[in-house]
Design a protein around this ligand. Structure first.
Ligand code: NAD
Ligand code: MG
Length: 392
């Protein structure tokens, strides 16, 4: 299988290359992309010898070209948005790992979908923003969409093998997404006022990029995942539940009408869902250690406190209201999280910015990509204003 890895220099990208390197007879890397981490991308090109590498801008491209020239690596270097779409849709590529963070990943992921590729979807923001348009393209092109997000990969494994995206008739009652609760699970709302980016990005169970780490701390990550589950599995909001499970051992569950609950368990390591989606319907080793239940000892579960984590409620509301709401929610969240990481916004004001952005950007239908990009633009513009009015 020949692959393009979008976001190769990120946390998911690095884990993907780790799994691929264990099976060189099975997988071949055709293209790697990264934004600004040129040194790491150069090392990856030396090791995996892709035909193409794509970076963010011309300066990065020149630097990468020079580094590869010195090491006699013949990878062709390109930069910019168009090049990302090109490597995502190359005729010789079978599968695309979509692991760019945020809205920046939408266009190349859609390009892979249009080209009918096997898409390993980590970039949940693309599906949250573009929901029905994205799924329509997948259906029309015959692309195969496989979830990398650990919860959705778990649900995928717990659903009937031939599940075709509609819960009717298959005895499925609901999906239960598990959430670790993030680093601030034990804090009261009043304690959250002073938390720093360093504290917010120190996740108890997972090592991830900064944006998703903050999303885990606000639990917007779970909100985005509820919307993601809706589109991936054709499940209405009312049939998607969230439960806090601090150990992150059960990655999610499917509850059936006969009382059976099927869960997927494993150590919290993204190489498991990555290997699952890469090899599906086969199984390959991932480098993840076997689960030792006796060493773990106990599994705990708690309800989500929506006053402590208002982002979860905002995401459910956006999903139920439909229209451009999820695209605006996602845009406002990206802006608010970036402002928090820049120390321009307090942690508690992340949800406040998203809430008032949703209140101020008018709800309107999104029938095509242009409408989604417009909702994204309006959401970003309004959220920037909301951040400024609450600036630290
Ligand atoms: P990361 O920040 O570690 O990596 C992001 C990657 O995207 C990097 O390669 C970066 O160079 C690239 N990138 C960033 N901005 C870009 C731009 N404007 N143009 C082109 N490339 C750009 O993030 P991550 O933790 O690997 O997460 C990637 C995606 O996977 C996110 O959507 C996240 O929600 C999802 N995800 C991650 C995890 C995890 O464990 N890390 C788990 C589930 C889902
Ligand atoms: Mg997840």
């Amino acid at each position: 299988m020949k692959l393009t890895i979008l976001g190769a220099t990120g946390s998911i990208g690095v884990s993907t290359l780790d799994v691929l390197a264990r099976h060189p007879e099975r997988y071949e890397v055709m293209a790697l992309t990264g934004n600004h981490q040129i040194d790491l991308l150069a090392e990856q090109c030396v090791r995996f010898k892709p035909k193409y590498a794509v970076v963010g801008d011309a300066i990065g491209a020149a630097k990468l070209q020079a580094a590869l020239g010195q090491r006699s690596v013949k990878t062709e270097v390109a930069y910019g948005a168009e090049a990302l779409e090109q490597v995502a849709s190359l005729t010789e590529v079978d599968a695309v790992m979509a692991a760019i963070v945020g809205a920046a990943g939408l266009a190349p992921t859609l390009a892979a979908a249009r080209a009918g590729k096997r898409i390993l979807l980590a970039n949940k923001e693309a599906l949250v923003m573009a929901g029905s348009v994205f799924m329509d393209i997948v259906r029309r092109s015959g692309a195969l969409l496989l979830p990398i997000d650990s919860e959705h990969n778990a649900v995928f494994q717990c659903l009937p093998q031939d599940y075709a995206g509609s819960p009717g008739g298959r005895g499925i009652k609901r999906i239960v997404l598990t959430a670790s609760g993030g680093p601030f699970r034990m804090l009261k709302s009043s304690d959250l006022a002073e938390v720093t980016p360093e504290q917010a990005t120190a996740h108890p169970n997972w090592t991830m990029g900064k944006k998703i780490s903050v999303d885990s701390a606000t639990m917007m990550n779970k909100g985005l995942e509820v919307i993601e589950a809706h589109w991936l599995f054709g499940m209405p909001a009312a049939q998607i539940d969230v439960v806090i499970h601090p150990q992150s051992v059960i990655h999610s569950m499917v509850d059936y009408v006969d009382g059976s609950v099927i869960a997927q368990l494993g150590n919290p390591d993204m190489r498991t869902p990555i290997a699952n989606a890469l090899a599906w319907p086969d199984r390959v080793s991932s480098g993840v250690a076997s689960l030792d239940l006796c060493a773990i000892g106990r599994l705990d579960f708690l309800p989500v406190d929506l006053t402590q984590f208002p982002c979860v409620a905002l995401a459910y509301r956006a999903l139920e209201e439909g229209n451009n709401r999820a695209a605006v929610l996602n845009a406002a969240n990206e802006i608010a999280v970036a402002a928090f990481l820049d120390r321009r916004l307090s942690f508690l004001n992340i949800s406040a910015v998203i809430q008032s952005t949703l209140d101020r950007v008018a709800s309107s239908p999104v029938r095509d990509l242009a409408a989604i990009l417009e909702a994204d633009r309006q959401g970003r513009q309004m959220a920037e204003m909301e951040c400024r009015s609450r600036a630290l």
